[in-house]
Ligand binder design. Sequence first.
Ligand code: G3H
Ligand code: 13P
Ligand code: ZN
Length: 324
Amino acid sequence: MKPPYQEIGVVNTREAFKRAMEGGYAIPAYNFNNLEQLQAIIIGCVESKSAVILQVSKGAREYANQTLLRYMAMGAVKMAREMGSNIPITLHLDHGDSFELCKSCVEFGFSSVMIDGSHLPYEENIKLTKRVVEYAHQCDVSVEGELGVLAGIEEHVVAEKSNYTDPGQVQDFVGRTGVDSLAISIGTSHGAYKFKLKPGETVPPLRFDILKEIEKRLPGFPIVLHGASSVLQKYVAMINEYGGRIEGAAGVPEEQLREAAKSAVCKINIDTDGRMVVTAIVRKVLMENPKEFDPRKYLGPARKELIEVIKHKNADVLGSANRY
Ligand code: G3H
Ligand code: 13P
Ligand code: ZN
């Protein structure tokens, strides 16, 4: 059977992960929900010659409509090709929470899906993940599983504290499920408030010791980092200056992500940073131009800024720029 994703023009993650592993960099996985975010991701990655994973959450699928998303992704690939770019583009389901959702995404043309059973008891996580892998692989779709729970909000599951990935479980999990990549918990978390810092405190380092132990047990196997926004302070300050109230937001320092990208970490997930850039610029433009009511006049500048931030991340943080 011809994989449904071929019609969209996207590819699964296998080849890009292999190259990222050999090259010591990570592929960016940027979430999108609307036109401007998608345009910024494609333009930013085309201009920086970086492979890209277009990431769609369950919430994004509900927000934007699954059929519309399918054609937006198809249009995004076409746009990249018209710009003369041959970068690999993957359409990926972020935090799939059921077999049925993953199956539906495969049928709709996703070339990669995540099944997130990390909150389930170990054996149930294996059972669910294996079921998704068996189905997805028939359509040549790659599958990401997760072991360990990130603090913060994982879709509708709120965890008070991180439950770091147990390196002792990774070989068994990967071997029994057949996943193509594994998301791990080493101290990152979702959202804008990753660390609660008291004045004078700095962000604690990621658990590189756990990452090293996992790499030892799964040599050459692609690892994924969720919750990898840096929560850029420039945009936090801008949001607060222009009427917002985001206090004490802190993310993963860029140097630590660069370090992780040199290892077996092949995919780095970024959503919050994109949201913050858009919010900061929209707030600024609207406050400075109270008579403005044309969405292009505030979404356009937000998109422009997001392109620059994406190019910066690809070049200076993930190391994925200039690889294609
Ligand atoms: O990890 C979650 C992503 O940031 C997606 O968030 O469920 O609000 O679309 P969302
Ligand atoms: P951030 O909230 O740090 O951007 O993480 C996004 C993510 O992990 C999507 O799956
Ligand atoms: Zn995530």
